[in-house]
Design a protein around this ligand. Sequence first.
Ligand SMILES: Cc1cc2nc3c(=O)[nH]c(=O)nc-3n(C[C@H](O)[C@H](O)[C@H](O)COP(=O)(O)OP(=O)(O)OC[C@H]3O[C@@H](n4cnc5c(N)ncnc54)[C@H](O)[C@@H]3O)c2cc1C
Length: 594
Amino acid sequence: MQIPDPRTPLRMECDVLVIGGGTAGTMAGLTAAEAGADVLVLEKAHIRHSGALAMGMDGVNNAVIPGKATPEQYVTEITHANDGIINQRAVYQTALLGFPMIKRLESYGVKFEKDEHGEYAVRRVHRVGSYVLPMPEGKDVKKVLYRRLRMKKVRHTNRVMAVRVLTGPDGRATGAVGFDTRTGEFVTISARAVILSTGACGRLGLPASGYLYGTYENPTNAGDGYAMAYHAGAELSGIECFQVNPLIKDYNGPACAYVTGPFGGYTVNAEGNRFVDCDYWSGQMMAEVARELASARGPIYLKLSHLPDSTISEIEKILHGTERPSRGTFHENRGNDYRHDDVEMHISEVGLCSGHSSSGVWVDHTASTTVPGLFAAGDMACVPHNYMVGAFVYGDLAAKSALKFVAGAGSDGAAEPAQDQVDEAHELIYRPLANPDGPPQTQVEYKLRRYVNDYLAPPKTARKMEIALDTFQRMEAELASMGAKTPHDLMRCVEVSFIRDCAEMAARASLFRTESRWGLYHQRVDFPERNDAEWFCHVNLAKGPAGAMELFTRPVLPYMVPVEGFEFVALEPSPDDEAVEGAVGALEPSLSRR
Ligand SMILES: Cc1cc2nc3c(=O)[nH]c(=O)nc-3n(C[C@H](O)[C@H](O)[C@H](O)COP(=O)(O)OP(=O)(O)OC[C@H]3O[C@@H](n4cnc5c(N)ncnc54)[C@H](O)[C@@H]3O)c2cc1C
């Protein structure tokens, strides 16, 4: 294909640009459109079946249903799961607004399990509180959203990938640059507010199978939003708190404690003994899993064979029908049946994902980032353990905040894209075409992610992180020499640059926090103890004025809910506690650079 002229892109314009049409992005698009805004949702795949919901979802992991659990209970749980390092007010939003969101989804046609009295049939997986709400027809959730998107005529563009967020001279987000992954056409979008909702960085570590796309996370999510936010000048937080999940060995899909736990399934070691002592959503549990796997008691298994046939049939109906429907075929081809074979489990590759742990773009309780006019939602925004319902809630909040920002900006139209930024993005996208016989993306990506496994995956040490950093910096030249011939290859090459950016952030943040925290997620064997005296704070990073990555700490904000074991400093009540209708919260500039 020909390299397009950077001065004649396809130009688009809108008030609110949403980058990523998955869980959070479709909700942001719907909220903005329903408020009458001129919104455009940009999706690099096809929005009907893109993102983590592509093959459906078997349940809501964190539903706070009135009468079944309270927001305070949920916030307490999430505070414990994150060793106290959270913005409780941001987490409270998910607890409070999750229920109205479930009602809204129901009005769109999404089905949630009810009991014989018509009440939501939440199940208990954790030590305290019942938050898991099964979705009997969850396989259709993305289709339902897509139908709604079309019904509301939400403008969206499939197969257009954003690569950089544009900023104005005052630092405000003013749009994005991207390209069509089928035709290769160069695209610029001018916008008055931008929402990033591109999901996790799921392609950071290499799965044990070695397959580039055989990841736990949706493999199209390569950390695009993390990298775009960073280059736009936004702060990121908790990047050292990796995501590692328990999963089915070789299949790499979730082992589904959320589904099987309430039915009586549990994890055992090779001796048939239960060993998990910690609560499900903590990094401590993953530390226990890793320890057991490395011991003479490994491997480990999901035990279902003690359950009656009818229960197993019910589990199969859920697990083999939604989320990862190929799971049934996988077991069948192996000759495994839950009735007499326990399922061998393993741990996943490392990734960045606030939906399951806490690493992401720093946002407050209104989904605002530190860049004016830039908002973030879903797995890439640092609201810990937000999962699916949190992505919906924050997609909605981000849209409301973006609309408020646009209204506050008065009648200023969308800014003209800055040509130097457009040229830089053009170079990033099309550079591999100038070198068609250069190393292919698959080769370079494999190498990069193998180094992630070798030097970044826990247990972490300073020396390993330093080698990782040297390696990721050295590999910049290799990335620049990658070759491509088709628009699809170009997409993959840009993704490798996002993965590299995320790997560098992960190495620097892990090196910076000289203690161990969150169980396996940040296990520093050279600093094996948790050190609250020095490290009870967020570790944030941002691009400094000279273009280098800078790391610094931010204090944990005062709590809304007192939690045993953590010092309580009450948060002053604010008019925007309940929802974004109030003022968009300014981020405190109280940070300390080291
Ligand atoms: C295997 C698995 C099982 C899960 N099970 C559950 C469960 O049972 N219950 C639960 O509550 N939660 C579950 N979750 C978590 C939940 O699905 C996620 O937290 C949530 O869906 C994340 O939404 P998101 O919008 O951030 O990301 P996504 O829904 O993945 O959306 C991101 C979108 O951005 C697009 N995109 C990426 N980069 C670009 C770019 N550069 N330009 C344009 N578009 C781009 C992607 O194609 C994608 O469509 C699960 C997650 C996984 C991976």
